[in-house]
Design a protein around this ligand. Structure first.
Ligand SMILES: C[S@@+](CC[C@H](N)C(=O)[O-])C[C@H]1O[C@@H](n2cnc3c(N)ncnc32)[C@H](O)[C@@H]1O
Length: 277
């Protein structure tokens, strides 16, 4: 993998504070977060026991909270290299009334893993591909799990889509294709890597998601995401396409393509579940 730009991560291999990311993660969870409950329920059907759960790269904590709700007897540990994300995860747990079962630690998993052991379920959502050495991380996940324990890896199938397919002759798919070439959301099929790490019974499931948020929420998410795409496309996308993107972002009129009544935001996740024999 040449580039760990993800989801929305602008600068591969740099660990700089990314001021816009938390808001975007929260908007994503609000609009397209159905997959969280779906993937947590799927995990619940596969895991043998779930006394201890670790969420790797917890971000703002939407996954940690979904897991805490799905597994009401579990103790959870959220891990993130960003102190801001750790604080946000704890805040999300408090707001959800599950703080008593959630701990969060700051750790850069590219450097050193916190002491983990005897874990029943390890969850990594939109985070495995951000690590410098995902194969090593899969081995570390394997080592931290109890025999019979479950690893669940979740990734975005593509970037979220806000505009009608036909808009400006397919503007959004064209821009997404360019971003994919720049490594945005680049991740492989994790099955072979999981098997190399020692896992068995690897299963894969798609969670297509369509959000139909309130117009104001849809517009906020769309603007935050599309504005983030702009700088990454400078000098890469055709001038006409960049101008069209700028026009969409500047259009606050009632017939703006972003956030009108009935706006559908399209996304989707794939999850892999793998068992330690
Ligand atoms: C795209 S966000 C995903 C957050 C959340 N899991 C979700 O699905 O919304 C990736 C998260 O992984 C964290 N992360 C990236 N590299 C990491 C590393 N080397 N060690 C620990 N956390 C890392 C980032 O700080 C960020 O919070």
């Amino acid at each position: 993998m040449t580039d760990h730009a993800t989801h929305q991560h602008p600068a591969p291999h740099t660990h700089q504070h990314d001021a816009g990311l938390p808001a975007l993660l929260d908007l994503d969870a609000q609009v397209l977060g159905d997959y969280l409950d779906g993937a947590a329920a799927w995990s619940a059907g596969l895991v043998h026991r779930a006394g201890t759960i670790v969420d790797i790269g917890s971000g703002t904590g939407a996954g940690t909270v979904a897991l805490a709700r799905r597994f009401p007897a579990a103790e959870l540990l959220a891990v993130d290299r960003s102190p801001d994300m750790v604080a946000r995860t704890l805040g999300a747990a408090r707001s959800a009334g599950v703080a008593g079962r959630v701990r969060a630690v700051e750790a850069d998993l590219d450097r050193a893993w916190p002491a983990l052991g005897g874990v029943d379920l390890i969850w990594a959502s939109s985070s495995l591909h951000e690590l410098a050495d995902p194969q090593r991380a899969m081995r570390d996940i394997f080592a931290a799990l109890n025999p019979g324990g479950l690893a669940v890896v979740v990734e975005m199938d593509g970037l979220p889509r806000f505009l009608p397919d036909s808009f400006h002759g397919g503007l959004e798919p064209r821009l997404h294709a360019l971003l994919a070439r720049r490594g945005w959301n680049a991740h492989p099929d994790w099955q072979p890597g999981l098997e190399r790490a020692g896992f068995a019974d690897v299963q894969r499931r798609a969670f297509p998601t369509e959000g139909r948020p309130a117009p104001e929420l849809a517009a906020r998410y769309a603007r935050a995401f599309l504005a983030r795409m702009g700088p990454a496309l400078e000098g890469v996308a055709a001038a006409g396409d960049l101008a069209a993107l700028r026009r969409v972002l500047a259009d606050r009129g009632t017939d703006s393509p972003l956030g009108g009544p009935g706006t559908v935001v399209r996304g989707g996740r794939t999850a892999w579940a793998a068992r330690k024999p």
